[in-house]
Write a protein that binds this ligand. Sequence first.
Ligand code: SF4
Ligand code: F3S
Ligand code: FES
Length: 249
Amino acid sequence: MGAKRRFKVWRGDEAGGDLKDYEVEVNEGEVVLDVIHRLQATQTPDLACRWNCKAGKCGSCSMEINGTPRLGCMTRMSTFAEDETVTVTPLRTFPVIRDLVTDVSFNYEKARQTPAFAPPKDLAPGDYRMQQVDVERSQEFRKCIECFLCQNTCHVVRDHEENKRAFAGPRYFIRAAELDMHPLDAQEDRKEYAQASMGMGYCNITKCCTEVCPEHIKITDNAIIPMKERVVDRRYDPLVWLGRKIFRR
Ligand code: SF4
Ligand code: F3S
Ligand code: FES
């Protein structure tokens, strides 16, 4: 039999809601998602929460725990002091559907808007052999589990609905960087595109996205900063600019 712990969980829907108090048993080794499940099983069967793998791999159980965006299934209860009240709220950047479930379709729209990988048209299957070094260069970005914690935490959109239209967000900046590093990506210039059409200029490198990423992807240092630097170099270095002009002809 575990100890009783105090919880506050946001309950409501798009019309509004409130924090509700609960006292619930917590056993050694449990994570916040276990506690949510116990609440559903014992006190409040209609508490809505999205989850799937309980192993930090599906990216479904994103929530805010004591104000920090985290995965419920990867946040151990031992993180908190025994007398601490644990407050669980839905992701703030996306519209609430019910309780802890938010509508994350903003992210799917941004995914659709990102031009897909397209190899050169004249390249026949088997003509190109990928080198291991090319595979490894962007390996880090492919670890993304699409939990959208980075999207949720970025201040550019967190309290600024008006920026959502123009800003793709850190998850899609790593997608752009990944494609930029692909030796066969023959789509438009990814760096220019990220700057001109994905709103990368809004990012002022606060690194909050990197801090919350459960996959420890170095979003800012390895994707955003290199993409920004190269755009700046090209835009403002007259020699680079001239070189590009000449080679384009
Ligand atoms: Fe989640 Fe990290 Fe992917 Fe962002 S980059 S969606 S925080 S796994
Ligand atoms: Fe936002 Fe990350 Fe830039 S949090 S401001 S995208 S460094
Ligand atoms: Fe899959 Fe938490 S339930 S990441």
